[in-house]
Design a protein around this ligand. Structure first.
Ligand SMILES: Nc1ncnc2c1ncn2[C@@H]1O[C@H](COP(=O)(O)OP(=O)(O)OP(=O)(O)O)[C@@H](O)[C@H]1O
Ligand SMILES: Nc1ncnc2c1ncn2[C@@H]1O[C@H](COP(=O)(O)OP(=O)(O)OP(=O)(O)O)[C@@H](O)[C@H]1O
Ligand SMILES: [Mg+2]
Ligand SMILES: [Mg+2]
Lengths: 265, 265
C-alpha cells in the first residue's frame, strides 16, 4: 500500500483540498483509497459532510480506544475516511510522554494494509506529534506549496529539520515524492520565480543521499479556481461539483502524473 | 496604548499581511506603532528583512532573558518591531509548566506603554501559549477571515472556546474589535454568502454580554491582489512597493475605518 503524508507547516496552502481531490481522482480511476484526517480543524472530515465529533475518530485510534477498522467511514466504493475530531489538539499534549508516540498510527494501520492501494494523510499546519505520526507511517511525502515569498524557506525547514530527523531516527524508508504547486496564479512573476527557485533547490539535492534526492516538482500546477473552494460547502469533491472546471482537470492530471512517476517504484 | 491581537487559527488567511500593512498605514498617519511577531515562522520579521535568529527576539523576552526595550528593532520613525525567532516553537513547550505563562508578555510590555500609540501582535495559526499571550496582553482582537467554507466554524471555535476563556479567566477587558474580510474575491457567490453568514453571527450576539457583542464586520474588504504577496519579497510594505494598487488602497481605507470606529473608545 502506498502511504502518502500530505504536509506543509505553512497554513492555507491547499493540503486539505489536495487530499480530498487527489484521493477522489485516484478513486475514480479504480484505486481503493483511504484518507486519514490528522488535523484538529477536521476540515477534510467536514468537507465530506462527516461528523467532526464522532467517538470513533483518529483521536480514538491514537489513544488506542478503537481499532482502525471501527473508525473507517465509507464515502463510496473506492474511497474511505478515518475522520478527525475537533478535540484532537488535546492529543498533541496527551501523547507527549507516551513511549513510541510517533508510531501509534503506523502500528494501528497494519491491520488494514491489504484493504487499500493508497492511503493519503491530511496534516495540520504544524510539525508536532500529529505530523510526525504521519511521517512515521508514510513511505512518501507530498508537499503542496503556494509559490509565494518564504515558500522556499518553509520548505527548507520542513526537509532539513523534520523529514531528515524522521527519516534518520524512525522511518528510513521515507521519501519525499515531490512538491505540488497550488493556488497557482499563472502569468505572475512571483509564481514563475518561486517555481524556478524550488526546481533549483531539488536540482542541487539530486546526487545527495537525502530523502529528497529524487523528489519531483510536479509539472501540473493546481491553478487558483473558486470552484475548488465552493465544492466543500456542498459536501463533495470537485468531480461531483464541477467535473469540467480547471480544478477537476488539474487534480485529475496530477493524479495521472503521480501514477506515471510511481509505476516503477 | 491600543493593544491589538491579530488572530485566526486558520492558516494562510492574511494575518501577517494585515499586521504589516495595517501597521504601516497607521504609521504613515503619524501613529507610533509597535509590531510584535509571535509566530515561530517569523514571517512578519522576515517580511521586513529583519534577522530571524536574533538573540534579542520575542523568544528571549518570553524567557525573560532580555527586556522589551532591548529587543525592539526600529523600522522607521513611526514603526518598530519585536522580531520572532525561528526556534520560537520550543517556547510553547518550555513554557508549559511556568506559573503565569499567559501574562509574561503583558508584564514585559509595561515598560514601554508610553512609547507607542498602537501595538499589533501577529499570531501563529494555532490557539496555544503564544496566541494566549497575545490575547492576555491585548485590549482588542482583530480577526482576518477569508470568506471560504468553514470560516464561520473556525470563528465560532476561536470566540466560544479561546477568547471567552481568556476574557473570563485572565483578561476581562478583552474585546473583539471585529472581523476583516481578506483575500476577498468580489463577485463570487461564496464570498457574498460567507460575509452574510458572518454578519448574521454578530447580529445575533448584539445584546449579549459576550466579548464580541459590539464587534464590527469591517466594511472595507482586502481584495485579492498579487502585489500584496510580492511586497514582502522586497522587504517592504505595500506602501513602499506599489502605493497606488488596490492592496494599498484597501489597507489604508481599513486603517481609516478602524480610526473612526475607535475614536470614541
Ligand atoms: N486552487 C485553489 N483555488 C481556489 N481556492 C482554493 C484552492 N485550493 C484551496 N483553496 C481554498 O483555500 C482555502 C485553503 O485551502 P486548504 O484548506 O486546502 O489549505 P490547507 O493547507 O489544508 O490549510 P490548513 O493549513 O489550515 O490546513 C480553502 O478554503 C480552500 O477551499
Ligand atoms: N489580499 C491578498 N492578495 C494576494 N495575496 C495575499 C493577500 N493577503 C495575503 N496574501 C499572500 O497569501 C499568503 C498568506 O498570507 P499570510 O502569510 O499573511 O497569512 P497568515 O494568516 O499570516 O498565514 P499563517 O497562518 O501561515 O501565519 C502570503 O504569501 C501573502 O503574501
Ligand atoms: Mg488543511
Ligand atoms: Mg502569518
Amino acid at each position: 500500500m502506498h502511504s502518502i503524508a500530505v504536509l506543509n507547516q505553512k497554513g492555507g496552502v491547499g493540503k486539505t483540498t489536495s487530499v480530498a481531490n487527489l484521493s477522489a481522482a485516484f478513486a475514480r480511476k479504480g484505486f481503493r483509497v483511504l484518507m486519514i484526517d490528522l488535523d484538529p480543524q477536521a476540515h477534510l472530515t467536514l468537507n465530506f459532510g462527516v461528523d467532526g465529533k464522532s467517538q470513533k475518530s483518529v483521536y480514538a485510534v491514537l489513544e488506542e480506544r478503537v481499532s482502525v477498522a471501527e473508525s473507517v467511514v465509507k464515502i463510496n466504493d473506492h474511497l474511505s475516511l478515518i475522520p478527525s475530531h475537533l478535540d484532537l489538539a488535546a492529543a498533541e499534549i496527551e501523547l507527549v510522554s507516551v513511549v513510541g508516540r510517533e508510531v501509534i498510527l503506523r502500528d494501528a494501520l497494519e491491520s488494514v494494509q491489504d484493504d487499500y492501494d493508497l492511503m493519503l494523510m491530511d496534516c495540520p499546519p504544524s510539525l508536532g506529534t500529529l505530523a510526525i505520526n504521519a511521517l512515521s507511517t508514510a513511505n512518501e511525502v507530498l508537499i503542496p506549496l503556494q509559490p509565494h515569498f518564504l515558500a522556499l524557506q518553509g520548505l527548507g525547514k520542513l526537509l532539513h529539520e523534520t523529514i531528515r530527523l524522521v527519516s534518520k531516527r524512525i522511518n528510513p524508508q521515507l521519501r519525499v515524492g515531490g512538491v505540488i504547486m497550488t493556488m497557482y496564479e499563472g502569468g505572475t512573476r512571483l509564481a514563475t520565480e518561486i517555481v524556478e527557485d524550488v526546481k533549483g533547490f531539488f536540482e542541487a539535492a539530486r546526487n545527495t543521499d537525502s530523502p529528497w534526492s529524487d523528489a519531483l516538482v510536479y509539472r501540473t500546477p493546481i491553478r487558483r479556481n473558486i470552484k475548488l473552494a465552493e465544492a466543500p460547502s456542498h459536501g463533495v469533491t470537485i468531480f461531483e461539483y464541477e467535473p469540467k472546471c480547471n480544478g477537476a482537470i488539474d487534480y485529475d492530471a496530477l493524479a495521472d502524473e503521480w501514477i506515471q512517476a510511481n509505476r516503477d517504484r
